[in-house]
Design a protein around this ligand. Sequence first.
Ligand SMILES: NC(=O)c1ccc[n+]([C@@H]2O[C@H](COP(=O)([O-])OP(=O)(O)OC[C@H]3O[C@@H](n4cnc5c(N)ncnc54)[C@H](O)[C@@H]3O)[C@@H](O)[C@H]2O)c1
Length: 263
Amino acid sequence: MNPFLDLLLVLATLVYSYLEAFVKLFIPVKRKSVSGELVLITGAGHGVGRATAFEFAKRQSRLVLWDINKVKKDIGDVSILVNNAGVITAADLLSTQDHQIERMFEVNILAHFWTTRAFLPTMMKNNYGHIVTVASAAGHFVTSFMVAYCSSKFAAVGFHKALTEELSTLGKDGIKTTCLCPVFINTGFVKNPSTRLGKILEIEEVVEALMEGILTNQKMVFVPSHLSFALFSEMLFPERTLAVLKKLTDVKFDAVVGQRSTQ
Ligand SMILES: NC(=O)c1ccc[n+]([C@@H]2O[C@H](COP(=O)([O-])OP(=O)(O)OC[C@H]3O[C@@H](n4cnc5c(N)ncnc54)[C@H](O)[C@@H]3O)[C@@H](O)[C@H]2O)c1
């Protein structure tokens, strides 16, 4: 190991990546075809999952739309897995009941393990597939009265990043991963959300960004896209400044506060 050569390699990769990103600004991005792919979407009965299912259907994909129970042997080799199902209880930590905390972890993260472990072996054998994690902006930025939800979504982001890393280490570069991290969406999932950051997102714009992310193999999709800068500012700005910025954003939604849970 030569530290000088290592540094040179890092710098060369950095320059190459920036040049590539610059050139890509002027070249139309290539979108992959999902025609004929077997796509499994969890939580496809409503909201983001339902609209995503319509988008895949428009592109002639074959669809498996899952609700609570999942039976692998009945459906065959899924090549695109969209882990979208999610649940939330908006309440302060002590008002959140034990079973609500467990449910958020079961659906928002543990289910991702079970579905991925069910379909990954065939994807690994073929070195082909795509695993989509629907996380949230709450998987990067914290909000009061969503302690369990934010924790489960941080876990979902961690799952996506660690899985991406592991697939790369194993040389499975044919298996792509995408993580979706939107702010509030107008689905009724969170009750009466509002923020000074901007309007509540419509399902269509979120699904458009998600589909673009999947078709162009983007690893992380923020909606709105400038959220990635906010992530950067978290690392740069002092804590006091971040606290003021947070206050200014004035995030609000209906939540149970001060009703201490007895379970
Ligand atoms: N709506 C938002 O403000 C928002 C913001 C960021 C991220 N998200 C995430 O987007 C995803 C979709 O949210 P949405 O707004 O479309 O919600 P939604 O409630 O409109 O739809 C979720 C669907 O998942 C289903 N579902 C719940 N548990 C399930 C389970 N165990 N198995 C199968 N299906 C199940 C529900 O029945 C429902 O049809 C969730 O993961 C959510 O955390 C939502």
